[in-house]
Design a protein around this ligand. Structure first.
Ligand code: 6PG
Length: 242
C-alpha cells in the first residue's frame, strides 16, 4: 500500500468516497457559523459523482439549498456549453437540484484568463465582504479538490506561475500543464486555504503514481495546499493500492 498523507481515509471505491464527502458537507452545513454556506467545487471525474449524489434522493432533502453558494476552484477558458467546462459539468451533474438563481458562481471563461481571474476575485470579495482574508472567518465552509496525475490540483500546475501566487485570490493560467490544453482560471493557494474544511477526493489506479511521488516527498503542487481549517483526504482502495 502507498503511504498516504496525514488524515487520509481509505474507502472501498469511488461511490464510497463521494458518499463520505457528501456526509461531511451535511455535517458542515449543520455546524455552519453563518447563514450563507460556501462550497468550492472542482472539475474532474471524481467530484462529478459527488454532485450527482447530492442532487439525488439520498442527500437532496438533507441540504439547506437556499443557504448554499457554490464556487469553483478553477475552470477552463471555453464556452459554458463546452464539454471541457467545469461549470457545465457541475450543472449537468447537479441536474434538477434546487440551486437558487445566482447561487452557482461560475467563472467568466469567455474573455481573457486575466480578465476572468480579476472578475472572479471580485465575485469572491463581494461574497466575503472584505478585501483581506481573516483566518478566523474562512471564505469557504468546504473546499473540494482533486489530484491530477501530474500532482496538480485546481489549475495549479507544476512549475507554472499561478502556483507561487501568495497574494491574489485568483490567477490566470495562460498555459495548462495537462489536457485539455486550454488556458484556465484558478483559485490560488491563499484563497484555497481559507476554508473550514478542505477535502481531497482521490480515486482510481491513475492516482497511485502522484500519491507515490507525494509519499517520496516530491514537490508537487498539491503539497502547497494549506487550510486554516481541517485538511483531509478521501482515497479509494484502487488509488491507495490497498
Ligand atoms: C480541473 C480540476 C482538476 C481536477 C484534477 C483531478 O478542472 O482540471 O479542477 O484539478 O480536480 O485534475 O481530476 P479527476 O478527478 O478527473 O482525475
Amino acid at each position: 500500500m502507498i503511504p498516504l498523507p496525514e488524515r487520509a481515509e481509505i474507502l472501498p471505491d469511488a461511490d464510497a468516497v463521494a458518499a463520505a464527502a457528501a456526509d461531511r458537507l451535511v455535517a458542515l452545513c449543520q455546524s455552519a457559523p453563518r447563514p450563507a454556506i460556501a462550497v468550492c467545487l472542482s472539475g474532474g471525474s471524481t467530484p462529478k459523482r459527488l454532485y450527482g449524489l447530492l442532487s439525488g434522493p439520498a442527500y437532496r432533502a438533507h441540504l439547506p439549498w437556499e443557504r448554499l453558494h457554490w464556487f469553483f476552484s478553477d475552470d477552463r477558458m471555453v464556452p459554458w456549453t463546452d464539454a471541457a467546462s467545469n461549470v457545465r459539468m457541475a450543472r449537468d451533474a447537479f441536474g434538477e437540484a434546487p440551486i437558487p438563481e445566482g447561487h452557482l458562481h461560475a467563472m467568466d471563461t469567455h474573455g481573457t484568463p486575466e480578465a476572468g481571474a480579476r472578475a472572479y476575485a471580485e465575485t469572491l470579495r463581494a461574497f466575503y465582504g472584505a478585501d483581506v482574508l481573516d483566518p478566523a472567518r474562512p471564505l469557504f465552509d468546504l473546499v473540494l479538490l482533486g489530484l491530477g496525475e501530474d500532482g496538480h490540483t485546481a489549475s495549479l500546475f507544476p512549475g507554472k506561475p499561478a502556483l507561487s501566487e501568495r497574494h491574489a485570490w485568483t490567477a490566470p493560467v495562460p498555459e495548462a500543464g495537462l489536457a485539455p490544453f486550454v488556458p484556465r482560471i484558478t483559485l490560488t493557494v491563499p484563497a484555497l486555504a481559507s476554508a473550514r474544511e478542505t477535502l481531497f477526493l482521490v480515486t482510481g489506479a491513475g492516482k497511485q503514481e502522484p500519491l507515490r511521488r507525494l509519499a517520496r516527498g516530491e514537490d508537487l503542487p498539491v503539497r502547497h495546499v494549506r487550510s486554516v481549517g481541517r485538511l483531509a483526504w478521501l482515497v479509494d482502495r484502487e488509488a491507495a493500492g490497498a
